[in-house]
Design a protein around this ligand. Structure first.
Ligand code: ADP
Length: 473
């Protein structure tokens, strides 16, 4: 039937536009490495900000005692207490408390927000330590994970560049984030020092490194996406004369904003970008992360529905942005029932499309597959791009050119810490990403490169960094 052919054409066109053969992925790898270079060469030299973190040491297992962490970066904030055994005995215990941030505080004043946070922190400390212990404990050290764009001024301080994710506290922009927290804690009489102010990827990297010394980078693929990695200080050209004790430093890439003409872009991506509150921004993130994948699929289904009436009359729900959340899209993708019952249920209950024939349900699964596969393969290419920049892709660094054959004999074991709901909870995404890593690196090199899931790096990693950067005595 003509109707069916038209719908098939939409899906085939999508497949074609999203295709990521390994040759194209290698172009993305190269583009990532080149942009990293440009971002390190000068301020504003690339869409990649390549932010200096001042983290020039990573936890290694010798850390001892109790440290706190505060994780602020979304709708929840968390406080943690981590007890470290030292001498590689690891993390003896960790306690976490999670609280939603009251909506009104997200658009109030910095004083209100930090007073609230300091109160919660104080309550947590008293509960964990007991009232008697509290007064005798020496000054407590805190790692503060603040997942908004920050211009760091030291490992423990930095200035808020702008808010994202629904926060809008104008008086905070341009101010020192740690100082705001420090003031609020002093007001409460809470004896605690911000020892490290970090991005969540840096926390993940710290936790990865704590468990595995070969960890050279961290990638987060959740609601958003970002990555950081270990760079040689002398390669950070925009900071001439940067002195570090180790000769290296963690760089927060802010890779969600990566862009390259080699990225396989579709009309759906363009429309999603135009409709977003931040057009022309976060281009890589909009193809990869959990915030957007479901909405790309919604746009394709809307188009299929407009092309032919195999979905019946066009459901108004199909025009509602973000109505199809990524976990629901994943549930359709991973529906193993022979009659695709889950797909039918979600189409009906979420998108208001009842009675979709099995043949069409299969096409919907195909759409989910295409969109997720592209995302996972691009995330893999980005990750290999980092490895290429630091000469860990088995082919020599970008500057030293390719060494033909046998170069992997020098290949060192390389670990990348990885976190985020998309990778950890969406098995098809994870499998596609792992598969693409192997494809890009090749059978010889890929056994040396390990993607290692860490758990709660943004919280525990920050506490570990507080230990690394705690004041002596
Ligand atoms: P965040 O990035 O919000 O701090 P997470 O790393 O836990 O938190 O990621 C949560 C995101 O991961 C969700 O917004 C969602 O897009 C995605 N996600 C969570 N669970 C699943 C799932 N089962 N399938 C697909 N995506 C999921």
């Amino acid at each position: 039937r003509r109707e069916w052919r038209r719908v098939m054409a939409v899906v085939e066109e999508l497949e074609e536009a999203c295709s990521t053969p390994v040759g194209r992925l290698r172009q993305v790898v190269d583009a990532m490495a080149v942009e990293m270079h440009a971002g390190l060469a000068s301020e504003g030299g690339s869409k990649l900000k390549m932010l200096i973190t001042f983290v020039d040491r990573l936890p290694n297992g010798s850390e001892k005692d109790t440290y706190y962490a505060l994780d602020l970066g979304g709708t929840y904030f968390r406080v943690l207490r981590v007890q470290l055994g030292g001498d590689r005995s690891g993390i003896l215990r960790h306690d976490v408390e999670r609280q939603p941030i009251p909506q009104h505080l997200m658009t109030s004043t910095s004083e209100d927000l930090f007073d609230f946070i300091a109160s919660s922190l104080q309550e947590f400390v008293q509960k964990e330590e007991g009232v008697s212990e509290a007064s005798t404990v020496k000054k407590r050290e805190l790692g503060f994970t603040f997942s908004f764009p920050v211009k760091q001024t030291s490992v423990s301080s930095g200035i808020l560049i702008k808010w994202t994710k629904g926060f809008a506290i104008e008086d905070m922009v341009g101010r020192d984030v740690s100082e705001c927290l420090q003031q609020a804690m002093s007001k409460k009489g809470l004896n605690m020092r911000v020892a490290a102010l970090v991005n969540d990827t840096v926390g993940t990297m710290a936790l990865g490194h704590y468990h595995d010394k070969d960890t050279v980078a961290a990638v987060i693929i959740g609601t958003g996406t970002n990555a950081c990695y270990w760079e040689r200080a002398d390669a950070i050209i925009k900071c001439q004369g940067l002195l570090t004790t180790s000769g290296g430093m963690v760089i927060n890439m802010e890779w969600g904003n990566f862009w390259s003409t080699h990225l396989p872009r579709t009309s759906y991506d363009i429309e999603l970008d135009v409709d977003s509150p931040n057009p022309n921004d976060q281009g890589f993130e909009k193809m990869i992360s959990g915030m957007y994948l479901g909405d790309i699929v919604r746009r394709v289904i809307l188009r299929m529905s407009q092309e032919a009436d195999i979905f019946g009359p066009v459901s108004p729900k199909l025009s509602e942005p973000f109505i199809l959340r990524t976990p629901l899209m994943a549930a359709m993708h991973e529906d193993n029932s022979s009659d695709l019952r889950e797909v039918a249920r979600i189409l009906n209950e979420v998108l208001g499309i009842p009675d979709v024939p099995l043949k069409v349900r299969k096409l919907v699964v195909k759409v989910c597959d295409v969109v997720t596969q592209r995302a996972a393969r691009l995330a893999a290419a980005g990750t290999v791009g980092i490895l290429k920049k630091i000469g860990r892709d088995g082919r020599g660094g970008v500057t030293s050119g390719r060494i033909k054959g046998g170069s992997h004999s020098k290949m060192r074991r390389t670990a990348v810490a990885i976190e985020g709901g998309l990778y950890t909870s969406y098995s098809m995404f994870r499998e596609y990403m792992n598969e693409a890593m192997t494809e890009i690196l090749g059978e010889d090199i890929s056994p040396y490169v390990i993607l290692k899931i860490t758990e709660d790096g943004s919280g525990i990693g920050a506490a570990l960094l507080a230990a690394t950067y705690s004041s002596p005595g």
